[in-house]
Design a protein around this ligand. Sequence first.
Ligand code: PLP
Length: 428
Amino acid sequence: MDHFQLQNGVLHAENVALPDIAEAVGTPVYIYSRATLQRHARVFRDALSACSDAHLAFAVKANPNLAVLKVLASEGYGADVVSGGEMVRALKAGMRAEDIVFSGVGKTGDEMARALDAKIGQFNIESEEEGAELAAIAAAKGCIAQAALRVNPDVDAGTHGKISTGKAENKFGVPIREAAAIYARLATMEGLNMRGVAMHIGSQLGSLDPLEAAFVRLGALIADIRGNGQSVTHADLGGGLGVPYRPGESPPSPADYGGMVGRITKDWDVRLMFEPGRVIAGNAGVLLTKVIRVKPGAVNPFIIVDAAMNDLARPALYEAYHDFAAVQPDGARFTANIVGPVCETGDTFAMGRETDVMQAGDLAIFRTAGAYGATMASTYNSRDLVPEVLVDGDRYAVVADRIMAGTVMDAERVPEWLLDKDMDGGDA
Ligand SMILES: *Cc1c(COP(=O)(O)O)cnc(C)c1O
C-alpha cells in the first residue's frame, strides 16, 4: 500500500494535491511520501521480528536523498553504502557510524581510510586483495576494521541480467567454494577483525527460492569457517526483495521473506544483518510529469511528457515497467506510446500501453519511482537535474532543488587556447 491515491478525482500524495506541487515546483519532479517510507520501514522490521536484534541498513543507493535518509534514520535504520559519498550522506542524515556497512566491489584505499576514520560498523570485503589492503590501512592507523567477507553463492536470482549479482560470472564477492580458505587467511591479518559473512544476489527478486538456496549455502559456509576454528558472529543477507511495478504483480511479501529467513537461519547463532533498498523506497515515490503534447504515430499516438530517460533511467536501462496514470483521470482510456523528449529511441517509457486519455498540459505520474529513480538522474541533453519533494500529511517541502542546466554549464570552462576572437562575449 502507498499514499498516492485519488481524492475527489485528483491524485494526492498523502493529503497534498499533486497539481499544487506541480504549480509551485514545476515538472518533472519526484515526490516521496514520508508515511509510506515509515510504513515500509516498519513492515520490514516487523517481518523480521522472529530474528532477534536484526540489524537493518537501508541501501543508500536506492534513494540517497538526505530527507529520505533522515526518515529512515529516525526509524532506527543504519545504512548500506557503496561509496565515500554515500557514507557522508548517511552520517549527515544522522545514521550512527556503527550502523553503517560499507559494500561495493571497488572501494578505493582513500574511501577505506575515510570509513575507518569515521569508525563505521562493518566493511563487506569483496576480495582477498581488498581485505589485505584494508588490513594494511587499518594497521597503519592503529585501528581494527570490523569486516565480513562477501561471498558469491552462484545462484541465479531470476531477475534482469543487469541487476543480478550472485552468479559465478558476476563481479561481486568471492567464490563460495574458496570463501572459507580466504576467510581463514584474512582472519590472521593485523588490522582486521573477520566477524562475518555477507551476500547480496540481486535486486527486484520475484521469488524467494534463489534467496533460500543462497542462504542454505551461506549456512554451510558458516559451519565450514567455524570448523576451521574461526569465529562468525554476523551474517549479512543483503537486500533484493522485489516490489510490485505492474498492477496485479505480487512479489513475495516481507512477511514471507521473514518467515523463510527465520526458518533457514534458526540455528546459525549470529546477528543477522539486512540491506533493503527498493522494498523500502520503491513505492514511496512517484515521478510527476506534464504532457508536452500528443502526436499521431504509425500505430498508436505518442504521449510526449516532460520527464525523460535522464530523469528516470530504469525503462531505458532495464526495460523496466512503470505504471503511468493521469493526475485527474476522466475515465476515458486509449492505447498510446509514452515517451520523453530526449533524442534517443531508448527514451521510451512504454509502447502500446493502455492508459488514461491525455492531452497537452495534463499532469501524470510514473508510479514506483522512489527507488533507483532520482539517484540515477543526469543532465543528458542539457536538461535540468530533476528536483525532489517530500510530503508529510498536508505539508510538503522541496528536499532537492532543480539544478538548472545553466548552473551545470557554469562549471565548464573553455581554455584560453581555444578561445578565438569571436567567442566569449563577441568583442570582435
Ligand atoms: C543494491 C544493493 C542492495 C539493495 O538492493 P535492493 O534490491 O534495492 O533491496 C543491498 N546490498 C547491496 C550490496 C547492494 O549492492
